[in-house]
Design a protein around this ligand. Sequence first.
Ligand SMILES: NC(=O)c1ccc[n+]([C@@H]2O[C@H](COP(=O)([O-])OP(=O)(O)OC[C@H]3O[C@@H](n4cnc5c(N)ncnc54)[C@H](OP(=O)(O)O)[C@@H]3O)[C@@H](O)[C@H]2O)c1
Length: 493
Amino acid sequence: MEDCTFVIFGATGNLSRIKLVPALYHLDAAGRLTDGMKVVGFGRRDWNDDAWRAQVRSWLAERQTDPEVLDRFLARFHFCQGDLDDEQAYGRLHDMLSGGDGFSPNIVFYMAVSPAAFGKVSRQLGEVSLARESGGWRRLVIEKPFGYDLESAESLNHSLNRDFDESQIFRIDHYLGKGTVQNVLVFRFANLMLEPLWNRNYIDHVQITHSESLGVEGRAGYYDGAGALRDMIQSHLLQVLTLVAMEPPANMDAESLRDEKVKVLRSIRPIPQSAVNAHAIRAQYTAGTIGGEKVPGYLDEPGVPGNSVTETYAALKLFIDNWRWRNVPFFLRTGKRMAKGNSMVAIRFKHPPQQLFRETRIERLEPNWILMNLQPNECIRMEMQVKQNGLEMRTETTRLDASYCGINPAQLDAYEALLLDVIEGDHSLFLRYDEVSWAWKVVDPILKVWSVEREYITGYSAGSWGPPEADRLFLRQDQYWRNTLDDSGEGRR
Ligand SMILES: NC(=O)c1ccc[n+]([C@@H]2O[C@H](COP(=O)([O-])OP(=O)(O)OC[C@H]3O[C@@H](n4cnc5c(N)ncnc54)[C@H](OP(=O)(O)O)[C@@H]3O)[C@@H](O)[C@H]2O)c1
């Protein structure tokens, strides 16, 4: 691996504290950083290298660290003092990096700052020639959200492209860094027995759910302007959908993979504004109880305007108009303050074509399901029907767990894998602009309708599984939500 210099804009912020610095530390402890790798924090506080190192040390004090690794790690840290709005500061950064202090000319610029600053920072880097790949590579990592809607994403991309090529830009979606999400691809493409079944002939529908038991957790300022559809569905859940639905790529290189994902997004049937209410549900949590504790409603959270109609829950029905998936509904659903925090892909198969057991004691034959749980526990499970013990002809559901189904104690944080990919220049798990843009095209009509319908939003109690209205997305009465691995959905039928 080549040496590199890792510059963090917004070094003193939350993302830097909870994700970037710990991930870099773990990479160092695992021996994955070269000796010449240095980290430059860019921030407006009146700090020097020592103050910045003391800050990093205090952040890591909450974690288990090895004193020897920690000393080596801290020695990598340098501070460049400057305000993002001050053009001179970028000149100082340039001088620091090209001075004689042994900074590698391979540079990662990580934007851990407000999305409003992405364009400005990239422009200034261009102005001082830090974007130009002379003597080493330059990479720009962009945090989500990438734009606010299709138009703003276009304009942000346009402004980044003034100074950085697409090949230099890494749009991060930390969901894709999770091993379990990548497992969707392995499960599909390393197991021949699934492929013949993976289509409209055998699959009844697909559900992709990300539920959180947490509320807005002090991030109301950001969240109230975004909402569940932007925050989770446009980005993470549509990405999971592409992995479930894509065709096998020509090979596993980044462009082949991303080409196939884009094809899925392009095939999603557009939702006309007149059909938004038939395809999308939004709701907001009201006060309730989670894990025995009373929690306030969204409107009573600190920082949320009393008249907000921002959705904390969104559910969507999408169709992919291609040969494999035509008329198979994909239900995408996310919510805050739901009964449990969990992420799962649930694939329901059709009933066998002949009801052979009609004349027996079997009252209702359950369909097969494949459940891929993404978090908190990693699990792939198949649900099959078997005969119950005894003289009567009755069936029961048995579960075949295809991988470890407990909480994985040594889970790698997604950021560790993704930061390493940036340093190694692997784009596979980062979003190409056309993916982002097609994903915005999918949700844009819904955002437009919701932005004008501002009088009323349905409520759901905190601690529930969302509003009952979400059931109206289903095509038939025998369809129902699967919430977690251990919840068969029985209670809601
Ligand atoms: N936090 C998360 O869990 C999370 C998750 C996903 C994505 N993101 C994305 O990551 C980015 C950063 O989020 P965050 O939560 O870390 O935000 P944050 O805690 O508000 O941090 C913002 C950082 O920007 C710095 N900053 C602001 N204005 C500046 C200026 N004029 N000059 C120099 N520095 C300035 C702040 O410095 P001061 O400390 O001096 O104010 C701080 O270091 C955002 O794009 C966000 O959407 C965050």
